[in-house]
Design a protein around this ligand. Structure first.
Ligand code: ZN
Ligand code: ZN
Length: 253
């Protein structure tokens, strides 16, 4: 499995982009940074977009992706997420007010966006991958994601406060090769992290311990203004073997 980092931050500034990972060539996990990164040809190759939750930093570029595809006469893509998340996308984004409803453009029979609701903890198969969503603890309904191919499994936390079930599910995967864990705020901002249901370096240590196994840890969703501080704090004390992911990085599992 190839994971290309299109965006990996919890906010946007020059040289920082919101969250999106390209899995192999045809699938995206979250859509915070697509259309400003991929070429039009690469965008036309996107067939599947998994959305962890409806916050704008995770779904906004799917709107512009749909617009680019229709202009270029492409086939379109399926969007996957928890039923409540997909209902929010329909209600608040694809509602003809914020953006046209691309689930019925150019026609209801062959739309640019096909929404597929995925139940919690029910695996779905796409592009040779097995994808399982697992509810985590955020300010809105959100799912962590486990993606598997024939030889590897990888877990993504999504945006979350400390959580349990996702790590329990990940720990059962004998071929778990990596854990991508969010870390939005530095330890000093733990009040803000608690309020917004995100993690700090201190909390990340607790989450890593729950996996109960030594797997490479990749940190993402760092708020741009705290990038240096969070990177330093992750190395503090006993430290964990965590790498803060970079834009453009390709991780091969
Ligand atoms: Zn976010
Ligand atoms: Zn969020």
């Amino acid at each position: 499995m190839n994971i290309r980092v299109l965006g990996c931050h919890g906010g946007e500034l020059p040289n920082f982009r919101t969250t999106s990972f390209l899995i192999n060539r045809h699938s995206l996990l979250d859509g915070g940074a697509i259309t400003g990164v991929l070429s039009l040809k690469e965008q036309l190759g996107i067939e599947h977009v998994i959305i962890t939750h409806a916050h704008a930093d995770h779904c906004r570029d799917t709107l512009f992706l749909a617009d680019n595809i229709i202009g270029a006469g492409g086939k379109g893509f399926r969007m996957y997420g928890l039923p409540v998340v997909m209902q929010d996308i329909r209600k608040y984004l694809l509602n003809w007010h914020i953006w046209p409803d691309f689930t019925e453009i150019p026609s209801k029979e062959r739309p640019v966006i096909t929404i597929q609701e995925v139940e919690n903890e029910q695996a779905v198969e796409l592009d040779g991958l097995r994808v399982t969503l697992c509810t985590v603890d955020h300010t809105v309904p959100a799912a962590g994601v486990i993606i598997e191919d024939r030889s590897s499994s990888v877990v993504f936390s999504s945006d979350t406060a400390p959580t349990e079930r996702l790590w329990e599910m990940a720990s059962l995967k004998s071929n778990l090769k990596a854990a991508f864990i969010e870390c939005s705020y530095p330890d000093e901002k733990n009040d803000l992290a608690a309020l917004s249901k995100h993690l700090t370096p201190q909390l990340v240590r607790g989450e890593v311990a729950k996996i109960g196994r030594d797997v490479p840890v990749y940190i993402y969703h760092v708020k741009p203004q705290f990038h240096t501080l969070i990177t330093k704090q992750l190395k503090r004390g006993k430290g964990i073997h965590a790498e803060v992911v970079r834009l453009g990085q390709v991780i091969r599992l």
